[in-house]
Every structure is written in C-alpha cells, then in structure tokens.
Design a protein around this ligand. Sequence first.
Ligand code: NOJ
Length: 540
Amino acid sequence: MKKKWWQEVVVYQIYPRSFKDSNGDGIGDIRGMIDELDYLEKLGIGAIWLSPVYQSPNDDNGYDISDYEAIMDEFGTMEDMDEFLAEANKRNIKVVMDLVVNHTSDEHQWFIEAKKGKDNPYRDYYVWADPAEDGGVPNDLRSTFSGTAWEFDELSGQYYLHLFSKKQPDLNWENEEMRQAVYDMMNFWIEKGIGGFRLDVIDLVGKIPLEGITGNGPKLHEYLQEMNQATFGNHDLLTVGETWGATPDIAKLYSNPARKELSMVFQFEHIGLDQQPGKEKWDLQPVDIAQLKTILTKWQIELGNEGWNSLFWNNHDLPRMISRWGNDQEYRVESAKMLAILLHMMKGTPYIYQGEEIGMTNTPISDISEAEDIETINMYNERLDQGYSKTEIIDSINAKGRDNARRPIAWNSKENGGFTTGTPWIALNENYQEINVAAALDDPDSIFYTYQKLVQLRKDNPIMVWGDFELVDTVDCVFSYYREYNGERWLIVTNFSNEEQAFSSEDKIEKVIIQNNKKEVTSLQNMILSPWQAFVVKVK
Ligand code: NOJ
C-alpha cells in the first residue's frame, strides 16, 4: 500500500453549532472556529472533519441541506469559510467537509421543483412511489427518526421517501443528472482547497426502496467508483464513508486502494455492543469487554493491506464514551486517558470528537422538554404511544441520546463557559466550571496533554501507524496488544474496569512510552493493574 498523509494524521471533528460562538447569538460559528485554530494546532491534529456548515433549515442540525454551495447564515459567510480554509491550511491542517448526499432538505431548490409535478425535470432526482393498493404507504420501510419512511404528497398523489426526517427527502441515485450535479458541487469544494470528504450514510445511496433494500444496494460501489473518477480521484484527499452495516469484507470493497473508492470507512460494529441484538439503539444492555476485544481485534487483523481502519469512540451522534463505557465519576481522568491510549495505539486513523480531549461527559436530562435532537424527540413520542414509561425512555435518552455529544464546549469557567456571550442554543453541561479547556491547559496532568502526547508520538513513531497488531491473551477486563514494526515491539496494557486486575508478561521493558498514572511501570511480571490503568512500553 502506498503511504498516504491521511494514514499518518489524527483527525479532529468539529460540530460547529457547539464549538465556539463569536457573535453572541448562542450558536457556534465559523469565526469562532477560526479563533480556536491555534488551540487545535497546539493539540497537534492534522485534519478537521467539519460537520455541515451549508445552508440549512436545521431540522437535523445541518444534515438537511438546502444549498450545498452556500453557508448557513448562523455560521457566517462564504468569505468566513474561505478564511477558515486558508487559516487552517497555514497551520497544515486539512479540512474534510461533510458530504450529505443521500438526501437534501425539502427546502432545497431541487425538491421544490420536484414537488411541482410528475413531469418536472427534477422530479426524478428524488424517490417517489404510488400508494399501496389500500391507498396507504408503499411499504413498511421505517425512518431512522421513527415512523414510516414515506410521506404523502397531496399534489401528485404519490409518496416520497425519507429514510431520515420528512424534511430530508432521499435523493434518487439512479438518476444520472442528479449524480452529475452532486459531482459538480463536490468539485466546487475541491477547488477551494479542502482536504476531503466525510460521506454521510453513504451505504444507503444504492437503495432499492420498493424492494426493501436500503443499505449496501447492488450499485453502491459502482456509484462510488464513478464519484471517485469524477471528483477526488485525481486529488490527494481523505475520504471516509459512514457505513453502519459494514463488515471487514464490505470495508475492503470501499477502501481497497486498487478499487478506487474511498480512503476508509467508519464501521460501527463495536458501537452496537451495548444494544440488545436485533433491537434499537435505545434498548440497552451492558457492554461485554471480551466481545469488544474480539470485534476490535477482528477489524485490526482482517483489513490487512486491502483496507484501512478509522478509529473512534465518539462523534456527534454518539454518547460521550467516558460516560458510556468508562467511568465519568471517580475515574473520569484515568478512564478518559485509558480510552485514548487504547484507541490511538491501534492501527488506523484516529478521530477525536470535540470535547473528548478534555474529558467531557454526558448531560442527563429529567424531562423531554430539555431535548433538542429530532431523533430523540420522535423516539420519545413513539415509545410513549407504544406504552413505555417516561422513566424508561428518559433513561435510554440519557444513555444514548445525541444531545449528549452536542452540548457546547466550555472554553473557561466563566459564564456559559466562554462558549457564548448570549444564551446558548442548548445548555452547557453543569460541570463546565470543572471541565473546560482553560482548566485542562492549566493542568500538566490533564486529559488534554495525554491526547497531545499521543498525537506527537504518532508523528515520531512509524510503529503507531504501520505496526502489525497482535492481541495478548488476558483476563476479560484487561485489553492488551502488541504492535510490531521493523523489529521494534510495543506492548499496550489497559484495564477496562473499576477493579484491580492481574496482568503478567515475561517481556522486559526497554522504555516507557506513555502511561496514565504517576507510578512508573518497572516490571511486567505479576502486576496488579489499578482501575483504568493504561501504559505502553517498548519491550525486548
Ligand atoms: C448521519 C449523521 O451523522 C447524523 O447526524 C444525521 O442525522 C444522519 N446521518 C442523517 O443525515
């Protein structure tokens, strides 16, 4: 595999609405992002994945786009965006744009046209179907945001498909003109000097809805190869697909360089481990660490040289990992550092979601009126109708709801954490006086400096990028593995629990690379690991 810049960097995800507000309207914006580029440079990251900044009515916080070539008013202007790109590039930070082309907003000009009637030239840009024989929905496809995926259009007497909200009509990828229009738009951004694309729910574009096929449709890879050729194929860009159902074999179809599709995909197999099999993400079960090890190991090994991993615990759709599988109380700092070390030492490109580097936690709510997210609110109403108790639903929202990740970043301990001088669009976590960027930067032992060190280690040590992975056989709650490269061998040891755990190895320590507590590891024999302890040693 030819070495690529996107294999060597660490990527940082910005969710602009919650990052930094510069003008006091309570909503993060591009000028706020420009102001904090120095902070990101200090962290050391090489690329930003920027969640959507395009014009949008915000039914799904920007994932419902009404103009791909304009900036959302609340976020600023195209001049601000150009300046952001220039300032990021000056600091050697590439900007990966979110590409949301499974659907548009219903306020996109294409859909406004398409709705005018069956013979409108844009009609076929979207997915329409006649009612079933009884006049009802064409079939029982469900929207990710609860309820049917079909919405009736009075004027034409047909239904349109929306796999997300009804304000997010699905594009019809069978339509060649539509595909070309998407490629033109992508080239518009490529010409601006962006660093790549994160492709939103890209596994859905090959759908055949009337046959009940949504993910991994038959023409999916054909479309991606066509897109690659028409857009980023001749540029040195990072492309990462969001692919919920991917197995390692499917991931190789997307990311094998020989196939000319994408750089890598986000796979979610580990993310589903605290969900009851066959049910929805809200149906909780405790995570089994032994299973987590099996799955992550499978991904580390099976891609071989025919694919590339992305490594992540968090994003704007997922709860905060320290609250989820770490311990956000007694061991907040230890477990955050442990999760960071465990992830960044694996093979693949690591992603940090904003706030992860200072150990932000989930923000529990006690009433649905505190929720902002459409997925959460729709699910709440649906489950109430189905007879679930309020407490039960609120518990699953607190465990899995997307607002957990979307609370504003606290930059300091002042009012509203310095996020805004106005009223924030969603309240900050109450713990912001303790957990904020200024406090993290002031404390040499903070989680921030562990992340900074991991990013630097990656730059200095090719073994972190290219080394082979080998799992070590241990008790369930200890997750340990080797990386090996050009005769060099590193041993990673982490305790994934609130209890002490036994660990032993015959290896001799040559050098301690990083650790999350102050007691220097001197011997690997018959160790008792403290709760959430993590270290990496170079061994002989
Ligand atoms: C995945 C995005 O990450 C999520 O935030 C969004 O709601 C859906 N795709 C629909 O665009």
